[in-house]
Write a protein that binds this ligand. Structure first.
Ligand SMILES: C[S@@+](CC[C@H](N)C(=O)[O-])C[C@H]1O[C@@H](n2cnc3c(N)ncnc32)[C@H](O)[C@@H]1O
Length: 201
């Protein structure tokens, strides 16, 4: 089932899975309890953002950490140019190793905090998973987007409250279409929650 779901991206995603199993815990990227549920909780959870993204253009993944969702997105959208923004050096080293091992040619790592790249990108989409509450995330992410670019954030159950608390920043960037969407992958795998908002100014 998982193989069919990922299709031609299965091979690189499986290689990423294997790298996380082999080194994720020792390198402080993933908790020991997560290793058995990497596919459902992390890789499929990351894949759930893909239907909300443009198939090509620039996608910035903020705070990639171990590479979630950015590496999965890059594997599934080979026509897109994916930029992984991550401030921690050791995580950037890991991300570069993953990219080389998987042979992905459409993804690069940029070390730094989101704010340091304001004005440097005109991305078509920004993704983020477990990085910051929407209020702060909006302040970090909207300046990286072109007009009509979308922020696609993987969120937990608090998504609606986060939208309510982020009214000011959503208004500032004309992102008043912010909505909570249920994102499913495979039957039997829990759906996840995505907040999507378009920068219109
Ligand atoms: C909880 S981890 C989540 C990592 C990954 N997205 C995931 O879902 O497993 C948060 C990540 O955001 C990064 N981060 C923190 N502040 C940041 C900022 N201002 N800009 C970009 N990334 C940031 C951290 O270094 C860390 O790797």
């Amino acid at each position: 089932m998982v193989r069919e779901y990922f299709g031609s991206a299965y091979e690189p995603v499986e290689a990423f899975h294997d790298m996380l199993v082999a080194h994720g815990e020792e390198r402080g990227l993933i908790g020991p309890r997560e290793l058995d549920r990497l596919w459902t909780r992390h890789l499929l959870n990351s894949a759930a953002v893909v239907p909300f993204l443009p198939p090509s253009g620039m996608i910035v993944d903020l705070g990639s950490g171990a590479g979630l969702p950015g590496i999965v997105v890059a594997a599934m959208l080979p026509e897109a140019q994916v930029v992984l923004v991550e401030p921690m050096e050791r995580r950037c080293i890991w991300l570069a190793e993953v990219i080389a091992k998987l042979g992905l040619t459409n993804v690069e790592v940029r070390r730094g905090r989101a704010e340091e790249f304001h004005g440097a990108f005109e991305a078509d989409a920004v993704t983020a998973r477990a990085v910051a509450a929407l209020d702060k995330l909006g302040r970090w992410a909207f300046p990286l987007l072109r007009r009509d670019g979308v922020l696609v954030a993987l969120k937990g159950r608090s998504a609606s409250e986060e939208i309510a608390a982020a009214t000011k920043v959503l208004r500032r960037y004309g992102a008043t279409d912010a909505e909570v969407l249920a994102a499913g992958t495979l039957p039997g795998v829990a759906t996840t929650t995505v907040v999507r908002a378009t920068r219109t100014r």
